[in-house]
Ligand binder design. Structure first.
Ligand code: NAD
Length: 321
């Protein structure tokens, strides 16, 4: 298959490399040059524009920071699909009356729409906003394009090994079409209609971020009491306080002091806000989630814009009691 991969950062880089290893032709685009260079080194085809990246693609994967950028990218995809129709229209129009030319133009655009309905499908693997995803799917559909959402959990390490947890939203026939590509990246669970993957992803990260914050509070109090952090983690991991923070984040990124999980603190805050907005939209109570998001927001203001999300611990160490 030819896969267009847009957004080649911490996650998109290793994910596109896996698709190349599996034998797919990957045409990648990123606004930054270093990730494009890395794609070329991995055996992919780096392009410098979205129209180039999506040319003849069967699947268009987006792995971008947020819904604003996803929507802007989708606009470019829609514009490229429409302008792909132009050469045929112009060619036909050169030998036609104005009325025939208009019909040829409409026909060529229709053909492009048909081609894209049966051809490329857009897969938003970013952690985007579920309600905006639904609206975007409708806008793309009106232009003959299909959108499914397939956000991921597992971080950079599992992106490298193709062991991501992928949660999808969309019609089952559309998801069947992208499953051969997704299965190279991880294990897929179908969450529901379009936008459902993005909803469950945000809710997962609200839980994950809250776990990390409360785990860090417990670890700092235990340390101050005189407990050995390694011993505490061993006990938590055999007990009911266990979570991804005790099993992975604290032992692998906090205790060694590397803070290099590859997931930015601001991206985590974005996901928490999506989850809190979702709860507001559907009218369920989330006092803890709101409080946690407010604390992460304070940390985001205090720490460097590039801070890893595990650096929340460093902010907490300095927070007033
Ligand atoms: P990142 O910042 O490392 O990568 C994003 C990439 O998108 C960058 O290379 C950037 O240059 C590129 N980009 C920005 N605007 C662009 C545009 N208009 N066109 C093309 N490229 C553009 O982020 P990441 O950590 O790879 O995360 C990507 C998405 O995956 C986010 O939505 C994030 O929330 C989600 N996510 C990240 C992780 C993780 O562990 N890093 C895990 C799960 C989900």
């Amino acid at each position: 298959m030819t896969v267009a991969f847009i957004g080649l950062g911490n996650m998109g880089g290793p994910m596109s490399a896996r698709l190349i290893e599996a034998g797919h032709r990957v045409q990648g685009f990123d606004v930054a040059e270093p990730p494009r260079r890395a794609l070329t080194e991995a055996g992919g085809i780096a392009t410098t524009s979205i129209p180039e990246a999506i040319r003849d693609a069967d699947v268009i994967i987006l792995m971008l920071p947020n819904s604003d950028i996803v929507e802007a990218t989708a606009e470019e995809i829609m514009a490229a699909v429409t302008s792909n129709a132009a050469p045929a229209a112009i060619r036909d129009a050169a030998h036609a009356s104005p009325r025939d030319a208009a019909e040829a133009n409409a026909g060529a655009i229709h053909e492009a729409g048909v081609r894209d309905r049966t051809g490329a499908i857009v897969v938003d693997m970013s952690s985007s906003e579920p309600l905006r995803t639904r609206a975007l799917a409708a806008a793309l559909k009106a232009r003959g394009l299909t959108l499914v959402d397939a956000p991921v959990s597992g971080g950079v390490a599992r992106a490298r090994t193709g062991k991501l947890t992928i949660m999808t939203g969309g019609d089952s026939a559309d998801l069947d079409r992208v499953e051969p590509v997704l299965s190279i990246l991880g294990t897929t669970t179908r969450a529901g209609t379009v936008g459902s993957g993005h909803a469950v992803k945000a809710l997962n990260n609200l839980m994950s971020a809250t776990h990390l914050l409360v785990t860090s509070e417990a670890m700092l109090a235990g340390e101050r009491f005189g407990l050995d952090p390694e011993v505490m983690l061993a006990i938590f991991n055999g007990s009911s306080g266990r979570s991804g923070s005790t099993e992975n984040k604290w032992p692998n990124f906090v205790l060694p002091g590397t803070f290099d999980s590859g997931f930015g603190l601001r991206l985590m805050l974005k996901d928490m806000r999506i989850a809190v907005d979702l709860a507001a939209e559907v009218g369920t109570p989330d006092p803890l989630g709101q409080a946690a998001a407010d604390l992460w927001s304070l940390a985001a203001t205090a720490l460097a814009p590039t801070a890893d999300h595990t650096e929340i611990v460093n902010w907490l160490r300095k927070a007033p009691r």
